[in-house]
Design a protein around this ligand. Structure first.
Ligand code: KG4
Ligand code: ZN
Length: 344
């Protein structure tokens, strides 16, 4: 039996990652912090679609049903015996408390039953690691633009575990703005992919929506933009959804890319990394890459599967935390408001 103290964390260390913080039930095996051996995600999107958003109680129950089969599949697809697993990493926060508890309880039970170390992972920190899973050659310092349904932040990643917050939204997250505008336009749920698709047929310059705080530091604001979309559509009922979607999307992307660029210049970053669900946005990906090319720095875009919630990024962040801090104690619980650990 491997005792937590005896574990040497190296390139052969195999971590089972578990993620249940929101509406994806996921498990993955990752070796050495960046070699993805298996990666299984079971999404609940259809369960929540009728409600137009994630219903916490429904999410917890669905995690309960899905988690054991998802973990088993990750182990079978990894082609390893469970005795080969060296440690179990699980998201402890931030997220929905009931949803988090399902993963945390399962992870701690497995750690106890198998006699393996348990490591609690910060979901936001894991998003920072998603890009390096696909491009291990990333060099620090990096600027990470983390854009999800709950967060919009610019983070300087100076080294593993050394993060500085450069800017964040003062109101709505970018993903939240996509979701709210899509709901207003009746485009479906989740809103981001629906707007992305609707915008393909629209003109991004059709409507000059405001770029709030564009020239005011590195913080963001998206709630006024959402309101101006609503006001515009009410005043111009004949406007096409495609033009509204494309113009709204361009207003969001313009500010995100502009500020990420400023941030990279400010800290002398080697590149900009995208993370979080909104990083799947096709225009954001294009615009960020061309801005990075123009500035002579690298643009790292994780695959869409790696941008959205998954357990490979949890296992990767868990490997790094295990190496730097060792295992977590088993009295760690779910921490719904957990913040990214910052150096200042
Ligand atoms: O990181 P994530 O999977 O979950 C958390 O919020 O933690 O991000 C989900 C968010 C949702 O707001 C969704 O609408 C948005 O990411 N999203 C997108 C796209 N795909 C997902 N937003 C814009 N364009 C997309 N293609
Ligand atoms: Zn997430």
């Amino acid at each position: 039996m491997t005792t937590p103290d005896a574990l040497t964390v190296d390139e052969s260390t195999l971590v089972l990652g578990i993620e249940t913080s929101c509406d994806e039930t996921a498990a993955a095996l990752v070796m050495g912090g960046n070699d993805v051996v298996s990666n299984v995600v079971s999404t609940q999107i259809e369960l929540h679609a009728d409600f137009g958003g994630v219903v916490p109680e429904v999410a917890s129950r669905a995690h309960l049903d899905a988690l054991n089969p998802v973990i088993s599949r990750a182990i079978v697809e990894g082609g390893v015996d469970e005795s080969r697993i060296d440690a179990i990493a699980c998201t402890v926060g931030p997220g929905l408390v009931g949803a988090l508890l399902v993963g945390v309880s399962a992870a701690k039970s497995l750690a106890l039953a198998w006699g393996k170390p348990f490591v609690g992972v910060n979901h936001m920190e894991a998003h920072l690691y998603a890009a390096s899973l696909e491009d291990p050659s990333l060099e620090f310092p990096l600027v990470v633009l983390l854009v999800s349904g709950g967060h919009t932040m610019l983070v300087e990643m100076q080294d593993h575990g050394r993060y500085r917050l450069l800017g964040q939204t003062i109101d709505d997250a970018a993903g939240e703005a996509f979701d709210k505008v899509a709901r207003f336009l009746d485009l479906g749920y989740p809103g981001g992919p629906a707007i992305d698709e609707a915008a393909l047929l629209g003109d991004p310059d059709a409507i000059p929506f405001p770029r709030a705080m564009r020239d005011a530091g590195l913080d963001f604001s998206f709630s006024g933009l959402k309101t101006s979309v609503m006001n515009y559509v009410r005043k111009h009922p004949d406007v096409g959804d495609a033009d509204v979607a494309a113009s709204f999307q361009m207003a969001v992307v313009d500010v995100l890319v502009h500020k990420a660029r400023l941030a990279a210049a400010q800290v002398g970053a080697t590149g900009i990394v995208l993370g979080g669900g909104v990083a799947a946005n096709s225009v954001l990906r294009e615009e960020l890459l061309s801005a990075c090319a123009a500035d002579g720095i690298q643009g790292f875009l994780p695959s869409r599967a790696m941008c959205t919630d998954n357990a490979a990024m949890i296992a990767a962040a868990g490997w790094h935390r295990l190496r730097s801090d060792g295992p977590s104690t088993l009295d760690v619980g779910a921490i719904p408001n957990l913040k990214l650990p910052l150096i200042d």
